[in-house]
Design a protein around this ligand. Sequence first.
Ligand SMILES: NC(=O)C1=CN([C@@H]2O[C@H](COP(=O)(O)OP(=O)(O)OC[C@H]3O[C@@H](n4cnc5c(N)ncnc54)[C@H](O)[C@@H]3O)[C@@H](O)[C@H]2O)[C@H](O)CC1
Ligand SMILES: [K+]
Length: 539
Amino acid sequence: MKMYLFTAQEMQSLDRATIEDLGIPGLILMENAGRGVAELVCRRFSSGARVAILVGPGNNGGDGLVIARHLKARGFEVTAYLLAPEEKFRGDAAVNLRAARAHGVALVAILKDSLLPLLEAGLGQAEVIVDALFGTGLRRPIQGRLAQALEMANRSPAYRIAVDMPSGICADTGKVLGVAFRAHLTATMAAPKLGQVLFPGAEYVGQLKIIDISMPQDLISRQAKPRYLLDPDLLRPWLPRRPPEGHKGTFGHVLVVAGSPGKTGAAALAAMGALRAGAGLVTVAAGKGVNSILETKLTEAMTLPLPETSEGSLAPEAIEPIFSFSKRLRAGVIGPGMGLHPGTKDLARKIILEFPHPLVVDADALTVVAEMGPQMLGQSPAPRVLTPHPGEMGRIFGLSAREIQAGRLKYAQSLAQVTGAVVVLKGARTLIAEAEALAINPTGGPGMATGGSGDVLSGIIAALLAQGLPAFWAASLGVYIHGLAGEALAEERGPFGFLPTELADRLPKTIREFISLQELSLKLGDGLLGEDNCRQPKP
Ligand SMILES: NC(=O)C1=CN([C@@H]2O[C@H](COP(=O)(O)OP(=O)(O)OC[C@H]3O[C@@H](n4cnc5c(N)ncnc54)[C@H](O)[C@@H]3O)[C@@H](O)[C@H]2O)[C@H](O)CC1
Ligand SMILES: [K+]
């Protein structure tokens, strides 16, 4: 199943389509939502457990009241705290407020600050807190009493479950609006939301469970935008085939334009990334002065010793040999450790604009893109994949890395639209954007944040391009397996201190493991999608 990510507005139109076109009343959707969450509680806690439910004024609160009714019926000791006056409950939520009352659910209205100590005591004694304050309808920062209620919930030792969204997290951006509920588990309705996988939202979600509320999967797929949470099922079909009769020519020849004195390692890492990701042949093009170093470092890759500048980096005269060599190539990488000598930048500009094959543009070559103006990339004769970290992205937009981080999605999409290229914005939850599609990568970890890790990634993506993958999928698969290799090393070697060389070396085994990953085992926030990692139920 493809993991499409939705915005709040898209969820509303799915809701509408289910109700109006398929004739399933909203009350049934709400019943399914609430019963689904109640079942999750029953699986983890035994009847008799004390459950406190925070109920907001919208349909999220309505879900909460359904949960209250079902848990009460199964013997839980339930208190629903209403944080909005009754007259604010409308439609399905109002129906469920009446039903909860008729079923004898304890309803406690917290409508004055003087009642907050009562709420605090209730939350402190609860074994489970269910947050049904706000879901996809959150519109502005949470303030006042509601904010205090969430802070009290976060301080409680109880197990915390968020209904649909942790209240306070924007479903579209993952931003915290005021204060947010810190969930151990988030039970989301029908499909995951963007804000659950983007940081900081992802940190508040905990384990993510998807509740089937009777929205048919084909409707969900039909209405989904090409916005994916990367997972093995989605990516496996893109893994290049190795036909038994294949030879090195079948798997493509990658050119790595990289390296200069002091930075030959970057070139070597990109080359190793490409080799470990299955490229048939790899050639490194660098200044002739560093050739013997590269030849010593790299046994399997070939080198192309070329004219150099006074700094030992590639000179503009290298363009002829590179273009005449390019006939035998399928893809390239430019930038790692390339240097920023004016002559080298002239050469890089030509390669970025004229290289006739798909090209990964990384590191120093991204400075060249920033200087020439990214819109120039529209002229390139073949696909381009730009792989900036937030600092490099900042140079392109004339912004700080911090500003880029505050709007990662927006900047990645806008650069993809301006350039027609695929943009890989690196960092926690790397984004892969092209003009019409977006993917978010859940693999990897902070142990990978070390110099050289990105060089390996650019080599991997180039190898996948050389094996014929479309640029968006080469980038997506490359980022995903690079992250998986990092996770494996963090497990095997320790959380940090493993090296980019080891990342490249871990790839073949990682790919084998990736092929056999049957289940979704995606790290989301603290938890794993589809796995139980919570407290044991009481005997
Ligand atoms: N589509 C589905 O999958 C289904 C979802 N359900 C649940 O319904 C909510 C969305 O319900 P909605 O009524 O649109 O929004 P909310 O309940 O999240 O909140 C709306 C409510 O809150 C007010 N409000 C918004 N922000 C604030 C704020 N910062 N402070 C105070 N008040 C605020 C706003 O004015 C509204 O009154 C979805 O998440 C699911 O949980 C259904 O169960 C059906 C199926
Ligand atoms: K909620």
